[in-house]
Design a protein around this ligand. Sequence first.
Ligand code: B12
Length: 221
Amino acid sequence: MEEAIVIKDKKKSRDNIDYLNNVIEAVSSLDFFSMKEAIRQAMDAKVPIIEIVKKGILEGLDESGDMGLILAAEALEGEVLCIDEENRVDLAESRNYNGKVVVGTIEGDIHNLGKSILIALMKSYGMEFIDLGTDVSPEKFKEVAQQPDVKVVGISFLLSSAEPAIKRAMNLLKDGELASKIKVILGGASVSPEIAEETNADAYATDALQGVDIIDNWLRD
Ligand code: B12
């Protein structure tokens, strides 16, 4: 408790680098509550989320490995759920996006941490999205993509055994009128240029930072 007060007192004199160093340190320490606190403080100080991810969490992960990665993604997700209009600081001016993004992890796959990071970034950009969760059937992706305001579908894919489901989903999404209404981006550790090409995906990203920039461009077309 006392420590939290000391940290707050120092807040004004620190710049973004100090906040980011705190995030790196917290992630390296594998202490979940320190991670949440460091992420929250950086957000309160209006350090852009994209920087928190890129120059904080991802740097800290170099030292903390898989367990750090799991905890950090969970911590980020928790804090990012609290982002409101005022805290959308990543962009100099607010952008008028035309359309929503649907995101989900493909059927058979329950990994959700990468998707959470993507959502955190989308939220900080002020994008509207529908999160379908994990283990999402190709039919469900199609059903929701048909909603009139949906313009982008993002599919997360970590398990290589889910490849047949990815292909099925892409067949449904790239069929008929739906194909010209929406764009599809594949993401996650199992994505490859070959799969993206073979399935006619509009884009792929193995990194949420690239992914959010691609989506940002599409929603402003
Ligand atoms: C954490 C984890 C788990 C956790 C998941 C917890 C959770 N809530 O998500 C648990 C323990 C549940 C788990 C279970 C399993 N796992 Co696992 N898991 C991992 C691990 C260690 C990290 C994955 C992760 O969260 N990464 C962190 C995030 C931030 O990275 P990311 O997902 O790649 O996302 C980034 C980008 O890819 C991108 N991104 C992700 N999605 C999207 C989507 C879009 C649209 C865009 C644009 C970008 C994007 O943005 C993120 C940030 O840049 C990986 C190994 C590794 N180091 O990658 C294995 C791994 C993915 N798991 C694996 C396996 C095999 C399993 C199990 C089958 C194990 C088992 N025998 O039970 C089960 C499968 C359960 C299932 N049905 O899905 C294998 C997959 C191998 C393969 N190629 O198929 C891996 C690679 C481990 C290994 N080396 O064998 N796992």
